[in-house]
Design a protein around this ligand. Structure first.
Ligand SMILES: Nc1ncnc2c1ncn2[C@@H]1O[C@H](COP(=O)(O)OP(=O)(O)OP(=O)(O)O)[C@@H](O)[C@H]1O
Ligand SMILES: [Mg+2]
Length: 252
């Protein structure tokens, strides 16, 4: 389970101005649940996920992952989560199997278990055809599958996927989404980011809409539709952006 409490990240820009990339974000994601962070480019999705996975230190606020605090128990946090980031590096001269094995060892997975886990993931992500090919020779979709496999090789209870289907064709994207459903069915807690409204609608149990680092709305599409009386997903998103802007202007 993830519990984020007032997570905030401030970047100091070149001109000395503060940029609130993530601003007082509080939300939860339970086990057996897919929570989608939905927001446009620059909304703060990646920054939020990087803090949760201990890559970045929050400026303020904190979060727990499986009850472990980001700051006080960062090693346990890392052991309990898998993080697929957009820029997950892969070693081009190794094969897919070698890359995944390398990361499994970093996570202290036993050798006997590594083999069976790679087979299990290759079954689910349809990776058998290219497991023994060098990363250099793989397509974008194949590389993304290797990145997913390496990020969760240690079978963590919490999985954080930053735009896992970005730039992929519909078949590959569908395979990855099916895989994520399977993770949810197995009781995993999944945090998934996207800027695609339709994808969020399809996959989410709950949506956390974020914009300029802040939460706009939280709930299911059905709840959003009821609340706004609107049906078009884009219109609903824009409605919440406008509403929050108006509220902010009134405060100023
Ligand atoms: N390391 C950094 N230093 C300075 N500013 C940063 C840094 N990382 C992110 N930002 C800024 O923080 C804001 C949020 O960026 P972030 O990458 O979290 O957004 P995002 O929602 O993931 O966007 P996208 O959909 O484009 O991936 C942006 O304005 C970005 O320029
Ligand atoms: Mg991002």
């Amino acid at each position: 389970m993830i519990v984020a409490q007032n997570l905030t990240k401030v970047f100091i820009q070149k001109d000395g101005e503060k940029l609130y990339a993530v601003n007082n974000l509080s939300f939860t994601a339970d086990k057996g649940e897919i929570v989608v962070l939905l927001g446009v480019n620059g909304a703060g999705k990646t920054t939020c996920m990087r803090m949760l996975s201990t890559v970045l230190q929050p400026t303020a606020g904190t979060a727990t992952v499986e009850g472990f605090d980001l700051k006080n128990d960062s090693q346990k946090v890392r052991a309990n989560l898998g993080f697929l980031s957009g820029d997950t590096g892969l070693y081009s001269r190794l094969t897919a199997r070698e890359v995944i094995t390398y990361f499994a060892r970093l996570y202290d997975v036993e050798d006997a278990k590594i083999k069976s886990r790679i087979i299990e993931l290759a079954d689910l992500l349809d990776m058998h055809d290219f497991l023994d090919k060098k990363i250099d020779f793989l397509s974008t979709g194949m590389k993304q599958k290797v990145s997913i496999a390496r990020s969760i090789i240690h079978d963590p209870p919490v999985m954080i996927f930053d735009e896992p289907t970005a730039g992929l064709d519909i078949l590959t994207a569908k395979n990855i989404v099916s895989f994520i459903y399977k993770c949810k069915k197995d009781g995993k807690c999944v945090l998934f980011s996207t800027h695609i409204m339709r994808e969020a609608e399809r996959i989410a149990d709950r949506i956390v809409m974020i914009h300029e680092g802040k939460i706009l709305a939280e709930g299911s599409w059905d709840e959003f539709k009821q609340e706004t009386g609107m049906h078009d997903l884009d219109d609903i998103f824009i409605h919440f952006v406008t509403k929050t802007r108006e509220a902010d202007n009134e405060l100023q």
